[in-house]
Design a protein around this ligand. Structure first.
Ligand code: CDM
Ligand code: ATP
Length: 302
């Protein structure tokens, strides 16, 4: 018996960051959107915990992914088993298309998928609130990977509240060869900015999502407080943003803590045109995605 769960990458269409808390985490006001780039996680009963990674997508370098107990999927599986007091183990296969350390919450997606897959494999019927709590213990972005769609994130990002989004938004994703560590970007943010500003989500941004109108009405609200810090650490990222604007994008944005960059497009065709032009300029690792899409969900059982 095995269960396969698909979980989406996320982008932060808005990421406001406050001053670091005593526990080292930063208070956030963010608007998450789940986009159409996915990892698939398959779980099977086993005598011992194990993880294997299949790097499916052209943008994934699997070399930085641990194959031992430090992999977030094994931490997720053990946490679920401990929560229910069950002495069971699983072999976990992760088929990755989300870039590693790319700021699209790939590891978080895998963790959320593992929770849902093992819950189903073992017929645990875990309450949603308990799944969200286990997810939050695994990482700040993990609860959103369960919920999907479009949602605000507060606290350290783990308090997720769905928002109405009637649009289909198209994005050009510009990948980068070299990952960027999330703590290092928050560290640079502390040095450069410190978080002494109003970082709240503007209600008008939520109106634009709810109205689902044209991309220009959302583009004006796109913002990421970590962008300057990521550009400071990796000046090459700014060139990708400039190139995307020169190729016709109305607005660009760092994805999460980077190094992936995003450009908003007015539709699928516009997105493919921008991606094609970026390829012509040497930015050949791009993808066209849309959001919002569903959170972690079962795609195969049996
Ligand atoms: C950049 C974002 O992806 C935006 O959604 C997230 O804030 C990062 O979420 P994540 O990778 O799930 O982060 P976690 O695994 O919870 O934390 C990793 C590290 O990121 C930093 N971190 C994370 C979240 C947060 N609100 N403040 C932080 O300072 C801390 O140094 C922490 O030790
Ligand atoms: N299943 C996993 N997939 C990817 N990385 C993992 C996994 N388990 C542990 N890791 C470790 O976590 C690090 C960050 O991985 P991840 O791909 O989640 O980053 P990210 O997408 O930038 O995250 P976020 O956007 O949430 O900050 C990797 O460099 C790797 O060492």
């Amino acid at each position: 018996m095995s269960v396969t769960v698909r979980a989406p990458a996320k982008i932060n269409v808005y990421l406001g960051v406050g001053k670091a808390r005593p526990d080292g985490f930063h208070p956030l006001e963010t608007v998450y959107q789940a986009v159409s780039l996915y990892d698939d996680v398959t779980v099977t009963d086993a005598e011992e915990w194990s993880v294997t990674t299949v790097t499916d997508g052209p943008h994934v370098d699997g070399s930085a992914i641990p194959d031992d107990d430090t992999n977030i999927v094994i931490r997720a599986g053990k946490a679920l088993a401990a929560h229910h007091g069950v002495d069971r183990k699983a072999g976990i296969e992760v088929r990755k298309s989300i870039p590693v350390a790319g700021g699209m919450a790939g590891g978080s997606a895998d963790a959320a998928a593992t929770l849902v897959a093992l819950d189903r494999l073992w017929n645990l019927n875990t309450a949603d609130a308990d799944l969200l709590e286990l997810a939050a213990e695994l990482g700040s972005d993990v609860p959103f990977a369960l919920v999907g769609g479009t949602a605000t994130g507060t606290g350290r990002g783990e308090v997720v509240t769905p928002v109405e989004d009637n649009g289909t938004w198209w994005w050009v994703v510009v990948f980068n060869d070299e990952g960027l560590s999330t703590p290092s970007v928050y560290g640079a943010y502390d040095l450069l900015e410190g978080g002494d500003h109003d970082y709240r989500i503007q209600p008008a941004m939520l109106d634009a999502l709810r109205d689902g109108a044209d991309s220009d009405s959302l583009a004006v609200f796109l913002y990421n407080d970590l962008e300057d810090a990521a550009f400071y650490l990796r000046p090459d990222l700014e060139r990708a943003a400039e190139a995307a604007l020169e190729c016709g994008a109305t607005m660009t944005l760092l994805s999460g803590s980077g190094p992936t960059m995003l450009a908003i497009a007015s539709g699928a065709e516009d997105a493919r045109n921008i991606a094609g032009m970026l390829t012509g300029r040497g930015f050949d690792r791009t993808a066209v995605v849309h959001g919002p899409v569903a959170g972690a969900h079962v795609v195969a059982y049996g």
